[in-house]
Design a protein around this ligand. Sequence first.
Ligand code: AMP
Length: 288
Amino acid sequence: MVIVEGIDALRSELRARRGTVGFAPTMGYLHEGHVSLFHAARRENDVAVASIFVNPLQFGANEDLDAYPRDPEGDAEKAQRAGIDILWMPTVAEMYPEGSATRVRVEGLTDGLCGRSRPTHFEGVTTVVTKLFHAVRPDRAYFGQKDYQQLAVIRRMTKDLDFGIEITGLPIHRHEDGLAMSSRNAYLTSDDRARALVISQTLRTLRSRWADGERDALALALTLAAGIEAGGLRLDYAEVLDGDTLLPVAPTSRRVVAVTAAWSGRTRLLDNTVLSEPDATLDLTQNP
Ligand code: AMP
């Protein structure tokens, strides 16, 4: 594996290789969820590229940019073990040189959920992913369903702007007790972490209510909200929506998703589960 910093170095490494390119962008502090994207990029392509870049543009003014956990050496080891060929770790100056003024914005899909509580977040994500895509020019790119709205926004952008990149969404990786893996879990105190389990537990309750025939999206959303709040978390949102449009469920909906964000102590956690189709994303069978 080679590690590169500049876009020119990245491009010359890419030019030296032949075949299809698979790409997994991340913000680092890697866990098994990230590594599953790397494995897919490795398995399905001739060249596997990963990036690590903590993107300032997607953090709000009072968010955790400075505190965001970092471990470049540990990350490089994990990427190498996962079979990554090129690990790209650009600097902020490289990505946003002085005078940089262009932003990419997806409308509609970014209005609700995380877009409501983090109004500039998705513009930061779509701008950086556009730049990463232009630099790497992958055939395929890999994202986690953990960030469900982000995946929907990136699919939309890729289609609307004719990137010609195949986007793959991969299942949520969880700890044995059900907590969705996240770099931000590093912020959790042991009390925060114990309380956070209510999120995946309540999503599991929703799945059994769905299996029992409950189809009232509002009732399901209220169950999700009530469960999470009863567990002592501060709710940001809990909604049951059309899994493609992120609009209210309609008779034409092909899939239904339950999505939530909640604060455990000072840490904002995201989770979701697809209710309407066989779902590998909430495999909690080992934790009855
Ligand atoms: P991040 O480093 O948090 O920006 O995440 C980079 C990529 O890893 C995104 O596509 C995330 O959706 C994905 N990811 C993060 N956590 C998980 C997880 N627990 N399971 C699967 N994918 C994940």
